[in-house]
Design a protein around this ligand. Structure first.
Ligand code: CA
Length: 232
């Protein structure tokens, strides 16, 4: 049984009832609020492990709440609950710091799976703290400063996207990662992108982090599969 704390921010009583009942029967410690002010107060008070955040709320919207929570430097996963066909909103939500979204009406199994996946990722981060520096041979990757320092002293700045790519690849180090997975996890739900986007970014990233980008040693291509970051 889990004793993780989940804060539900939702103003629809019937949905709250179902969510609370389901999550409590899974052993989660559930708190419920129905607006933004209360969500922020409750966050400070209980420091939840995860938040389920409705987008359409009276007063402060789900977006504004999410932004405020992130501005307060809380890093717990936030899963947004959106109504059907709010794709534009979904992208905006992910861009302001939500980790995932789920469209109403949703199945209990799907929701539980998303929650478990987010909590697992969050705890694998916090065990070692956020990764700040990674060494690939003689190349130093400083994720905090968003730069790569080559052995000859040349510094290549990293874009936010490149930092996210590295973080994701490190999380999945020594395992195959498909282009689709990178699109989903790093580019999230930006539909204008395709697997070619991933290839272009991988090759730019290689030029920065590999000593011999044409013969990559760490960020390797697995033909027919995708990529793999090989680290010891
Ligand atoms: Ca609502």
């Amino acid at each position: 049984m889990s004793n993780k704390k989940i804060l539900i921010v939702e103003d629809e009583p019937s949905l709250v009832f179902t969510l609370q009942d389901t999550l409590e029967s899974e052993g989660y410690n559930v708190s419920v609020v129905s607006d933004g002010e209360a969500a922020i107060e409750k966050t400070k008070q209980i420091k939840p492990d995860l938040m389920l955040l409705d987008l359409m709320l009276p007063g402060m919207s789900g977006y504004e709440i999410c932004k405020k929570i992130r501005a307060m430097k809380y890093t717990f996963p936030i899963i947004m609950l959106t109504a059907r066909d709010q794709e534009v909103d979904k992208v905006a939500g992910l861009n302001i710091g939500a980790d995932d979204y789920i469209t109403k009406p949703f199945g209990v199994k799907e929701l539980l799976a998303r929650i478990q996946a987010r909590l697992r990722r969050a705890s694998s981060y916090s065990k070692s703290g956020p990764l700040e520096v990674l060494k690939l041979g003689n190349v130093k990757i400083d994720l905090k400063e968003s730069e790569v320092i080559k052995p000859n002293g040349v510094i290549h700045p990293l874009s936010t996207r490149e930092v996210e790519m590295i973080q994701y690849l490190v999380e999945r180090a020594n395992q195959p990662v498909s282009r689709d997975e990178l699109l989903e996890q790093v580019w999230r739900y930006e539909y204008s992108t395709n697997t070619r986007t991933v290839d272009v970014h991988i090759s730019k990233l290689r030029a920065k982090i590999e000593e011999h980008p044409d013969d990559p040693h760490y960020l390797v291509t697995l033909h027919g599969v995708g990529y793999m970051l090989k680290i010891n």
